[in-house]
Design a protein. Sequence first.
Length: 277
Amino acid sequence: MPKILSIQDLSCYGQCSNSVALPILSIFGIETIILPTMILSTHTGGFKNIYIEDLSESIDKICKSWQDNNISFDAIYIGYLGSTKLIEKTITIIKLFKKRDTLVFFTPACADNGKLYQGFNDNYLEKLRSLCFYADYIVANVTEAFFLMNYEYQVTKHSNKIYELIDELTKKFLTNIIITGIEIENNEIGVLLKQYHSNQISFFKEQKIIGSYHGTGDIFLSYMIGKYFISNEINISIKEAMKFVKDAILLTKEDANHLYGIKFEKVLRGFYEKANG
């Protein structure tokens, strides 16, 4: 049974980061080990008076325990980190636990809609770029893709510009790149993949559901990784993850007050039952 280490925050209330990585990866038969970088009372999408506990001082002790017990991982999944100190610690973790066959999936989780998240700056971005060089797959939305290249954000739909951008990212970081959230006409949303070694480019599209839904990127990536580990087919994994997110949003959109997050649980059960007969 594969083991995946998920390094990102943990919201006590709400569906994002490790709160969705754990159940989604587990249903694929993956042993999911979480390393919370911080604990939040709720996710940050619509709540007030959010309590945050930084766990960076505990990480070294946790990793030492893992080393003493000869614990290893088949993949490392890195999401929201939140500080330059935690980025540096994550790089150290990769150096400690990455073996020849260990895959590293990394999403910058730092920006959207043309802006950095509150509290982040150019120094944080530069640290994220240093982490990119350790990843086997970088999964970024359009804004993050521009910022990783140190480019000013441009409103970019499915056009030559996005293909130029993914080509530059692949050459810069020498790894596989996935750009998500690409706007398409006819009310569709797209994902673009470029594989580093084969130079193959693939484009996927799915129906776009109008509205803002917290945690969709985390749900997409968690499902994509889980599916990849049982199929070994990245194209199939992306395509199915997009449909999974769409179906989960369709269950959520009628509930305007569902601050908890996307209602993915019933959809996940259905996908699992279909896959297992």
